[in-house]
Ligand binder design. Sequence first.
Ligand code: CA
Length: 228
Amino acid sequence: MSVILVVEDERELNKVLQAYLTRAGYRALSAYSGPEALRLWEQEKPDLVILDLNLPGIDGLELAREMRKTRDVPIIMATARVDEVDRLIGLELGADDYVTKPYSPREVVARVKAVLRRGARAPEAPAVLTLGKLSIDTGAHSAKLGSAPLELTPTEFGMLQLLVSQPGRVFTRLQLLEAAQGMSFEGYERSVDVHIKNLRRKIKEADPEQQYIETVFGVGYRARQIEG
Ligand code: CA
């Protein structure tokens, strides 16, 4: 049974999350402050942490850094500050996911499931990634929709591969640039929008029915989670 540590100083919210997580089959632990969180982190060795960014007495980022010193466990950040999100999922902390407040407990449980599933996957990426009708052969650097090959530029291919490697996960423009070109410059962030626009057009020509890439306002893009 996976152990989830909920660090949230709003008591009601913490209790609700705990109840939802328990119902979903997890062992949920509650911490209401930084010191309490660190104590449970040491004693109970949780498999995942849901961490409120705004805690009394300590910055959630600082707390995350403390935790990561000893173990590399997935962290889902909760914040009311949408402007913070870029920084959270960016390189500074490398949070695995985030939720913005107010959130629904159901949504948080879904994120927990997705992040744990991601972590459970073999560390080596599979040679062929699939999403809906889309399949990406990472070795051959080719992609197709059903049986129709997609003619992609190397940059488009790199971005698509990153997005599809973790459906549902949001990537910032900088992360997409870095994955596609091996480097990133802040001034080029907007160029990502052009690449994504071209990718979408090519995908749409081959599969007009299904949307594969979603825009996450103010953050970046993600591959849509497609069942089956
Ligand atoms: Ca708080």
